[in-house]
Design a protein around this ligand. Sequence first.
Ligand SMILES: Nc1ncnc2c1ncn2[C@@H]1O[C@H](COP(=O)(O)OP(=O)(O)OP(=O)(O)O)[C@@H](O)[C@H]1O
Ligand SMILES: [Mg+2]
Length: 639
Amino acid sequence: MLALNDFSFEFAGRYLYRNARWHIKPNEKIGLVGLNGTGKSTLLRLISGEYELREGMMSKANNLKIGFLNQDLLSVEYKESVRDVVLSGREDLVQLDLDIQRLLKEIETDYDERRLNQLGEAQELFGQLGGYDWQAQGEKILEGLGFPTEWLGKPLMNLSGGWRMRAILGRLLLMAPDLLLLDEPTNHLDLPTIQWLENYLNEYQGTYVIVSHDPLFLDRTVNRVVEVAHQQLFHYKGNFTSYLEEKEERDALMQRQFENQQDFIKQQMKFIQRFRAKASKAAAVQSRVKQLDKIERIELKDKENRDFDIKFNIRVKPGKVVAELRNLHKSYGDLRILQGASGQILRGDKIALIGANGKGKSTLLRMVVGTEPCEGEVELGWNVEASFFAQHQLEALNLKNDLINEIGTVSADYNDKELRTVLGCFLFTGDEVFKKVKVLSGGEKSRLALAKTLITQSNFLLLDEPTNHLDMFSASVLAESLNDYAGSLLFVSHDRTFISRVANKIWWIENGIIKEYPGTYDEYNEWMSTRVVEEPSLRPEVKAEVVKTSPEKKEAQGNKGISKNKIQEWERKMERLEGDIKSIDQTLNDITVQMQDEKISSDAEALLSLVEVHRVKQLERDALQIELDSIMELWVDAQ
Ligand SMILES: Nc1ncnc2c1ncn2[C@@H]1O[C@H](COP(=O)(O)OP(=O)(O)OP(=O)(O)O)[C@@H](O)[C@H]1O
Ligand SMILES: [Mg+2]
């Protein structure tokens, strides 16, 4: 369907991928994964044609229709109504519908046979293309995405970022292109909608690529995984869980190969150092030196070369009661959000506000910080300093600034060195602090906005979906630091892992009032008994044993007077062993080459069996090498 061959791509000399390869075949359901900033969105932009590929080849099937959901909401500006935006996913039908309306109008005033025929043809085609089902289908998608019926006529640009994203997703789903590219589609969705999307994609007849940091979502929607890491693309067959298992296997194999090679190198070096000065061993030493030169060194790539360490300090300690909410009322038109809601936030509370979209969670956060007018009373406690992180903070970043200027806008209390330190904690190091906000990836923008929240040193943080856009690693570091945070926390999140790691209280809105469960998310779930906790199955680990002593060595021990025959026998044996080792090396090489073959690397079973053969061969080689070394030592001594 689409082939990218031997392609490289760079921004200002910094390569995201080098000589990478990707073939997308019909009906593949692909998860595109990788840490923040590795180049996932850029890759989708290359495929969709938004960026031009300058190094390498891309070939596409003729007339390949590509639909792309951009991660960056800033680029979305639609004046049309929600319904029209979604329906415009079928441009062919929009055009036919216009033609039909025009012809009908013309026939009304100016009847003629030709027009009537045209109308008949247009209507027939309209029917064939599914036109009579089109609007209903569009509305069904909108309903699934959670749009209230009364919103369908509203101009899309009046809606919040999250809802805009949903409508555009709806448009793409209706379009059903040959290749659907979705960049972090679940970022703005609540749980029921995520589940709806999972089901929708399961029924979806087509090829798609989804970028996501959500393991559960990926597990339910993809049958292949492509990972962007170390400037390469790694291809895996299976869902996200099997990708993680295989990746672990690969890393372990690499680690074993690395260790074996290091052992081998050490032995050779020892030998060389020991016998370097002996003229009688010159040839043997020389051959070792040559061998060492020839070896292709295995390099272990840093797994997570990221020292990401954030600490949320507080400037002053607040009173015991951080916020008191009394008798809050709020509605948007007919939509009643709060009706007499009350609640109390105490020092040390880490409260997760959970529940479906549209229940008013973000509204409640804004009410607490005082940016949303409401009826009732919100009283912040003694010495409380609140700081707010929200999705719109990302949109409020000044795209023209570079990072260091942008973070400097928060407070004049910090000098450049301190600002760099804060940025460093959020993984922006070296020259990166001069990057323009405009070019940051989704996750990088989130980290910057979080850094801005952090340097306020407030003792009360209100966070609206803080893990959106963050990769699993960053989300986990954030959870850890919020755990250690000495202040109080009220946060909205749909990220189940994150909530259970951070929250010590759960809030949700029911019938217009705030309900509280005074415990962790897991306890809450148990109490609600709506969730089955899955235990990961433990697999026994196979351990290999390496033969450590050679029979030859035992035989020779204590045998001082060595016959010429024996020495010749050793020499023959050494020669044979060297031959055997060489042939195993060849086999190992072949296996490594095979493993890089696309067919194999994307077939988990084939790959695993190769890994196993490789492991056994490597063990065999190790044993032979040990035998050879010990005979060689005897031989040298005898000489
Ligand atoms: N126009 C540009 N000029 C310079 N650097 C850029 C430009 N666009 C993107 N980058 C950088 O390229 C890297 C990859 O960006 P990209 O948006 O593809 O990452 P991503 O894998 O989608 O990350 P995330 O998971 O955070 O969305 C980032 O470090 C980003 O800052
Ligand atoms: Mg991205």
